[in-house]
Design a binder for this molecule. Structure first.
Ligand code: SF4
Length: 148
């Protein structure tokens, strides 16, 4: 954390370039490290409300940090989770944030951390945007949008 807090934003930008928006992300990463050092004693907070105070951290990022890095139950709703949960008819929501809260209502907390990794993979391989492969989908019988 110390090294990144003191790093040149331009150098960090080159490192994160493959992830897109490198300049914005690099500045946020360096700023985050400085804030974590000065305001959180050098540790990453585990409370959602505290994570949301950090630069460029929204609910999706906060949930991913809690779920993947800290193993705290959280539902990280990206575009795949939001899209597939609505396609299947599990939720009827307009925004990822609404989807997060709706999924929390209908799923047991001890499975929240599975939702992102299962639905992201499903969205990349089977239920692709604009080209859902319903003929090979294992959950077709549970889906309101199955085209078969
Ligand atoms: S049945 Fe089709 S639309 Fe439904 S989840 Fe499977 S691939 Fe997606």
């Amino acid at each position: 954390m110390d090294a990144i807090a003191e790093a040149d934003v331009g150098e960090v930008s080159e490192l994160v370039r493959p992830a897109g928006f490198p300049n914005q992300k690099a500045k946020a990463i360096v700023d985050c490290c400085n804030i974590l050092k000065s305001e959180y004693g050098g540790r990453v907070p585990d409370e959602t409300e505290e994570l949301l105070k950090l630069p460029m951290v929204g609910r999706k990022t906060a949930a991913c940090v809690r779920s993947y890095a800290m193993c705290i139950p959280a539902i990280c709703v990206d575009t795949h989770v939001h899209r597939i949960a609505n396609l299947m008819g599990l939720v009827k929501t307009k925004t990822p944030e609404e989807t997060e809260f709706a999924l929390m209502e209908i799923t047991p907390e001890d499975r929240w951390n599975d939702i992102n990794r299962y639905l992201v993979r499903h969205g990349q391989v089977v239920c692709r945007p604009n080209r859902p492969q319903c003929h090979i989908c294992k959950i077709a019988s549970m889906c309101d949008s199955c085209t078969l």
